[in-house]
Design a binder for this molecule. Structure first.
Ligand SMILES: Nc1nc2c(ncn2[C@@H]2O[C@H](COP(=O)(O)OP(=O)(O)OP(=O)(O)O)[C@@H](O)[C@H]2O)c(=O)[nH]1
Ligand SMILES: [Ca+2]
Length: 497
């Protein structure tokens, strides 16, 4: 017997058949695992983009959002990647020179061209939504508002994005989309968690939106918006108070103090020592106050500060009407409001003002907040200017008024109590994206939030890979075991003695 033959007989593993079967088996299993894993590998992340221009009453801001191309439907996946504040005032201020409204957007649009990858430009939707400033202009002069939209549309179409139009949002939409944004960013919708109410304070209007369990929408249908999102039904209460944004409400407060057409006023909402000459025609140039202009007013009045929080609160209260309510309960001006419920996020000017005043911590008791405002308002203007050399004077002059307005609106207007005040969080961003109506608006227009919960793969990729590998190993072991009869120990010939 040759040595080679002898070895084969001693070790049957070395027969050509078993070697071939083993090799084919190993190759088949490796191929199976490779194909299965590669086939299900997540594709390298590509992003899609969307752009929304928020044409507010005081200014326009551009927001760029991005989301993984393969996961349009997943909650919490759309994020703000860039924002740009347009220089100058809001588009409604260009009523007499509409072309300039379009031009004003150029720089931010050029920035957007840089930020969105060139390959994606053509498929990136671009929306412009206008709010209370354009609502007021439209009421006052609809031709002028149309011209502004034409100019803005023409300017935006020159860019390579997929322009989807410019329009005025209704107050209801503005409130509802703000609510969608904060709840989407906080991952509350897909999980069906308790939602957060949204409080938005703009320059010309203010919105309150929340879900209240014992409110079915029937008492005041115009304040009710129903959604079905990810398989959950929401009955949202929302209201937008036109003219109750912080700039227009200041006009209302000044109109209240200049009813008789005086040449000087002593305003408790401005710091002692503050003095500015203001124009009657400028103050009353807004549909919020134009019908109250004194008949025989002088051209100007001297606006002097007095710095008295309590008296300022009285002035602010005078802009609310608490006398009529045809519903079971109202906030103010005869507007229905159900029982406040749940946590609230307060953004835009709520945040700017309370952040400046170091009052974003709502665990500070309301009484203490009022004491702090009392002392802040009483601080002489000269000192305020000295303490804040880098703050725009126009902003600086108004924090006493704005802080007083915010506290009065929340407590007297919306009926927050000393206890429920701590349910409010003053916020600017959630997980890196600005709180505001723009994200909710885009999610809605791109159908990015489905009515029903999307089917999710039962296993994440890592789980899938692990299971395939374990199964393949088991198969391999099974295969080896099935060859047991050929194992050397089993196939040993009885020894011939
Ligand atoms: N202090 C301060 N005020 C700001 C800042 N940015 C905007 N404001 C003011 O805060 C108010 C609200 O600003 P926005 O929320 O941008 O208002 P808007 O969107 O232009 O107005 P609406 O159309 O009513 O929503 C306006 O009076 C602005 O002038 C800021 O950075 N600091
Ligand atoms: Ca706004």
């Amino acid at each position: 017997m040759s040595a080679q033959r002898e070895m084969k007989e001693k070790n049957p593993w070395h027969t050509p058949v078993t070697i071939i079967i083993t090799v084919i088996g190993v190759i088949a299993i490796v191929a199976l695992v490779t194909v299965a894993v590669l086939q299900n590998r997540p594709v390298p992340q590509k992003y899609k983009y969307g752009i929304v221009l928020d044409a507010g009453s005081s200014h326009t801001a551009l927001y760029i959002y991005a989301w993984p191309a393969e996961k349009d439907n997943n909650t919490g996946r759309v994020q703000q990647t860039h924002s740009c504040k347009v220089k100058g005032k809001g588009i409604s201020s260009y009523a007499s020179e509409p072309l300039k409204a379009g031009e004003s957007l150029k720089l931010c649009m050029q920035e957007a061209e840089q930020k969105v990858p060139r390959k994606r430009h053509h498929q990136t939707p671009l929306y412009l939504g206008a709010t209370a400033g354009m609502r007021l202009l439209n009421m006052e002069n609809s031709k002028a508002s149309e011209k502004v939209f034409q100019a803005v549309g023409a300017a935006l179409q020159k860019f390579p994005f997929s322009y989807q139009g410019a329009r005025i949002l209704s107050g209801q939409e503005e409130g509802a989309f703000g609510w969608v944004t904060v709840n989407y960013l906080d991952d509350r919708l897909k999980q069906g968690l308790e939602t957060i109410g949204a409080l938005d304070l703009g320059g010309a209007s203010t919105q309150i939106s929340f879900v209240s369990d014992n409110y079915d929408g029937s008492e005041s249908p115009s304040n009710s918006v129903t959604f079905r999102l990810y398989g959950n039904d929401y009955n949202l209460y929302t209201h937008s108070f036109l003219c109750y944004g912080k700039d227009q409400v200041l006009r209302l407060a000044l109109a209240h103090q200049t009813q008789s057409g005086p040449t000087t006023i002593l305003d408790p909402c401005f710091h002692p020592g503050y003095t500015e000459t203001k124009n009657y025609s400028v103050l009353y140039d807004s549909p919020c106050v134009s019908d109250r202009k004194p008949l025989e007013d002088p051209v100007t009045f001297i606006h002097n500060g007095q710095g008295n929080f309590q008296q300022c609160q009285e002035v602010v209260k005078s802009v609310f009407n608490f006398t009529t309510c045809k519903y079971s309960q109202c906030s103010f001006n005869g507007v229905f409001q159900p029982h406040l419920q749940g946590p609230f996020g307060a953004f835009s000017a709520y945040y700017f003002v309370m952040n400046f005043l170091n009052l974003t911590d709502t665990s500070i008791p309301l009484e203490t907040v009022k004491e702090k405002l009392t002392s802040y308002c009483a601080t002489p203007w000269k000192e305020i200017v000295k303490q804040h050399p880098n703050v725009k004077l126009s902003y600086l002059a108004e924090y006493c008024f704005s802080g007083t307005y915010i506290i009065t609106l929340l407590t007297e207007g919306y009926n927050f109590t000393s206890k429920s005040y701590s349910d409010i969080k003053f916020i600017k961003k959630i997980k890196g994206s600005d709180a505001g109506w723009t994200l909710g608006y885009m999610l809605n227009l791109t159908n990015m939030i489905p009515a029903e919960a999307p089917d999710t793969p039962p296993l994440p990729h890592a789980g899938y890979v692990s299971i395939v590998t374990v199964m393949a190993l088991l198969l391999f072991i099974l295969f080896i075991v099935s060859l047991r009869p050929l194992w050397p120990s089993c196939s040993k010939q009885p020894q011939i003695v």
